[in-house]
Design a protein around this ligand. Sequence first.
Ligand SMILES: Nc1nc2c(c(=O)[nH]1)N[C@H]1C(S)=C(S)[C@@H](COP(=O)(O)O)O[C@H]1N2
Ligand SMILES: [Mo]
Length: 247
Amino acid sequence: MKRRNFLVALGASLVAGCSKIGDSQWFEALVDTAEGWHRGIHRTLGVGRIAMAPEYERSDISPFFRGNGSRTVDTDAYRAALESGFADWTLSVGGLVDNPLTLTLDDIRTLPQRTQITRHDCVEGWSAIGEWTGPQLSHILEQAGVQEAVRFVIFRCADNLNGADYYESCDLDDAFHPQTIVAHLLNGEPLPERNGAPLRMRIERQLGYKHAKYLTGIELVASLEDVEGGKGGYWEDRAGYQWYAGI
Ligand SMILES: Nc1nc2c(c(=O)[nH]1)N[C@H]1C(S)=C(S)[C@@H](COP(=O)(O)O)O[C@H]1N2
Ligand SMILES: [Mo]
């Protein structure tokens, strides 16, 4: 059976209520690898990736949103950028696109904005609720013109952890999800240094490590194989974290 047909058949049997397969490790192993992830599979399984992450009230906002992982970027260039209010910071959008873009913070602020109050869950066992504002990634991708072959979006970061640049990725379902934004405000203020100033991703259906901070570039690719360690993210490459880190 072709893989696609196999997945559809598998999905149908799961939807029919076969929880034994759902519990089995081989199945989890299949869906947890990026290349094993088929854009249709979660739709088929009814896991609801189109659904929205919960949004909260202003009164739910955590008084302090801690910083985790890199809390700054340890370079002279970043120090200088911070001192200049990130006047020269740019976000590049490239790879398999028709119109590569170089966006300034003013460009980012000029796009239509989305504000959302969401809960951030870190695998290390803490959560925080914050209000994030920024353009939807979908608007930026539409401007860039996503080519037919694209399956994944790579997020490049300015920070280097133990000799490797932090990076992350998602598929097109998450990239075009309405709550996927390039955030430049936290609780109505420019992002604090510890939370990824001046730009960070919010990919609200997934765990904390997917939300790339200190964002410098967005790259559209057909495969994750040739990107860094090939598993789609800094922690995925190193610690075996799941590529699809659904909440
Ligand atoms: N560039 C970069 N992005 C990152 C990290 C990092 O170390 N570097 N840590 C990740 C992890 S594990 C978490 S939980 C969140 C933390 O976001 P916060 O610092 O705003 O709490 O950022 C994620 N994005
Ligand atoms: Mo995390």
